[in-house]
Design a protein around this ligand. Structure first.
Ligand code: 5GP
Ligand code: ZN
Length: 109
């Protein structure tokens, strides 16, 4: 997917403020945050949207979701956070590479 901005971020071809990376997943801060903490968790593999995920992606999708609370806690969201996955035009999807939003407000110190 040479024209996919999130593939380019996953490949390190476009800079992003990374919060996490392993062999399968990259997480980074949203460029236009809608909350004090706004992370995007993406598979390195290009999956266009949830509509395009298959049975082969089951473990990867589980891994993405399980990473959400771990990163949320690391960013001060122990009190709770919001996850969002936009799917398709009517679902508000703007970037067509599957991603999980993690949003929240850290508890006051
Ligand atoms: P969607 O509506 O597709 O779920 O959301 C896409 C998100 O990606 C938006 O919140 C937008 O701000 C973010 N985004 C788009 N382009 C970039 C980029 O180049 N870098 C980063 N870090 N975030 C981006
Ligand atoms: Zn992609």
């Amino acid at each position: 997917m040479t024209d996919c901005i999130f593939c380019k971020i996953a490949a390190g071809q476009i800079p992003a403020k990374k919060a996490y990376e392993d062999d399968d997943i990259v997480a980074f801060h949203d460029i236009a945050p809608k909350a004090p903490v706004h992370l995007l968790l993406i598979p390195k593999k290009h999956i266009t949207s949830l509509f395009d995920a298959g049975a082969d992606d089951q473990a990867l999708l589980g891994k993405l979701l399980l990473l959400a609370p771990k990163l949320a806690k690391e960013h001060g969201l122990e009190a709770g956070f919001v996850t969002r996955v936009h799917t398709g035009a009517a679902g508000g999807q703007e970037v067509y590479h599957l991603h999980v939003h993690v949003l929240g407000q850290p508890a006051a110190a």
